[in-house]
Design a protein around this ligand. Structure first.
Ligand code: COI
Length: 356
C-alpha cells in the first residue's frame, strides 16, 4: 500500500447541474499530487484540496512544453463507481513520459492515488447515462530555468471534472475538412505522445476549418500529405466494403484507448478489422465506387464521433447520406453500455473503485 497523505478541505463546493456545464469547466474538491526531484525521485504522494498552483515565471514547461497528460472517465453503475481502462491510460502516460524524457513515475502509487481520489470524490460522479467524471492526470517540468534542457524537477497532478454527455443535441455527424497545408505531427516527432505540443499544433488548422464551414480537421501525414493520420484530437476509422480500416500506429498517431476498444469489440463481433496505411486517394476511390460505408472518430471525450462530410480539395464527400452509420451507432451504444453497466464487460475494461 502506498503512503498517500490526505489534507481535508476547509469547505466543499456546491455541485453544478452537469447537464448545463459542457466539458471541462468545473472541478471537484480535491486533487492528487506528487513531486519529483533528482535526490528523492517521485515523492510526497498526497490528496489535497483542489487549488491554484504557483510556478516560477521561468518555469520550463511554460517556455518549452515538457509535459504529458491523459484523459479517462469514471462512471456510475448503479451503486458502484467505475473507471474505464485506467491502467491502459496510465501505461500510455508512461509511454508519453519516455518520449518526453520525463522520469518514470511509480505506476502502482499513481494508480492507487487515482482510485483513492475518485473514491473520495464519488459524490461528483454524475448518475445520468452519458455523463461522467473526466479524470485528467498530467505531469509537467518545474525547473525555473530558461536554458533548453531536460528538467530535473516535475509535478504530477490528477484533477477531476464532471462532464455532460458530449452530444448535447444528439449523436450528430460532423463535417470534416481534409487538411493538406498544416500538419499535426510527423514520424520521428511527438505525435504518439499525449503532450501539449500536438494540441497547440492543431489549433490554427482547426480555426481555418471552422472559417471554411467545417467542424474539424482530418490530418494527413507530414511527409507526403497523402496518408491519413487522425481527425481533430481523435483517431479515425473507416468502414470500407465491410472492413473496419484504421491507420496503423507509426509513431505519429496517438495509440487511442477508445481506438483499441473499438477494434477489440469489432473483432468480438466478427467484423474484419485492418490496421494499415490508408491514403486519402484510397478513401476517395472507395467513395466513388460506393464502398465507403462509414467514417467515424474515436476518443475518450466523445467516444464515437460520426463523420457526415469529408471535404477535400474543394469537394465534399457525403458519407452514408450525411447520417450516422449503423456500425458507428451500434459501437457507440455498446461502449456507452459498457460504461454504464448495461453491457457485460467481457474483456476486463472496467475497474470498480467505490460503492456509494
Ligand atoms: C479525446 O477525445 O479523448 C481527447 O483527446 C480530447 C481531449 C484532449 C479533450
Amino acid at each position: 500500500m502506498a503512503d498517500i497523505k490526505f489534507e481535508p478541505a476547509k469547505m466543499l463546493k456546491e455541485k453544478p447541474d452537469v447537464s448545463k456545464i459542457g466539458f471541462g469547466t468545473h472541478f471537484t474538491d480535491y486533487m492528487f499530487a506528487m513531486d519529483y526531484n533528482t535526490e528523492k525521485g517521485w515523492h510526497d504522494a498526497r490528496i489535497i484540496p483542489y487549488q491554484d498552483i504557483a510556478v516560477s515565471p521561468a518555469n520550463t514547461t511554460l517556455h518549452y512544453g515538457q509535459a504529458v497528460f491523459e484523459g479517462m472517465k469514471a462512471y456510475r453503475q448503479g451503486s458502484k463507481v467505475v473507471i474505464f481502462r485506467p491502467m491502459d491510460h496510465l501505461r500510455r502516460m508512461e509511454n508519453s513520459c519516455r518520449i518526453l524524457d520525463i522520469p518514470e513515475f511509480p505506476l502502482e502509487t499513481v494508480h492507487e492515488g487515482l482510485t483513492q481520489l475518485v473514491a473520495q470524490e464519488k459524490a461528483w460522479v454524475p448518475e445520468q447515462k452519458g455523463q461522467s467524471l473526466y479524470i485528467r492526470p498530467f505531469i509537467f517540468a518545474t525547473d525555473p530555468f530558461l536554458g533548453v534542457s531536460v528538467s530535473e524537477t516535475y509535478t504530477l497532478l490528477i484533477i477531476l471534472s464532471p462532464v455532460a454527455a458530449y452530444y448535447a443535441h444528439g449523436f450528430a455527424p460532423v463535417r470534416i475538412m481534409v487538411e493538406d497545408t498544416y500538419v499535426r505531427a510527423v514520424r520521428g516527432g511527438l505525435g504518439e505522445a499525449k503532450t501539449p505540443a500536438n494540441y497547440a499544433a492543431s489549433l490554427h488548422a482547426g480555426l481555418v476549418a471552422h472559417q471554411k464551414g467545417y467542424d474539424q480537421t482530418l490530418w494527413l501525414d507530414g511527409v507526403e500529405r497523402k496518408y491519413i493520420e487522425e481527425v481533430g484530437s481523435m483517431n479515425i476509422l473507416f468502414k470500407i466494403d465491410g472492413v473496419v480500416v484504421t491507420p496503423e500506429l507509426d509513431g505519429s498517431i496517438l495509440n487511442g484507448v477508445t481506438r483499441r476498444t473499438v477494434l477489440a469489440v469489432a473483432k468480438e463481433w466478427g467484423v474484419p478489422v485492418s490496421e494499415r496505411r490508408i491514403s486519402i486517394d484510397e478513401v476517395r476511390e472507395a467513395y466513388r465506387n460506393g464502398k465507403l460505408e462509414e467514417v467515424f472518430g474515436s476518443g475518450t471525450a466523445a467516444v464515437i464521433s460520426p463523420v457526415g462530410v469529408l471535404g477535400y480539395k474543394g469537394q465534399d464527400m457525403v458519407i452514408n447520406g450525411g447520417k450516422t452509420g449503423p456500425f458507428a451507432r451500434k459501437m457507440y451504444d455498446y461502449i456507452e453500455g459498457l460504461h454504464c453497466g448495461e453491457v457485460e464487460d467481457t474483456q476486463g475494461f472496467i475497474e470498480i473503485v467505490a460503492e456509494m
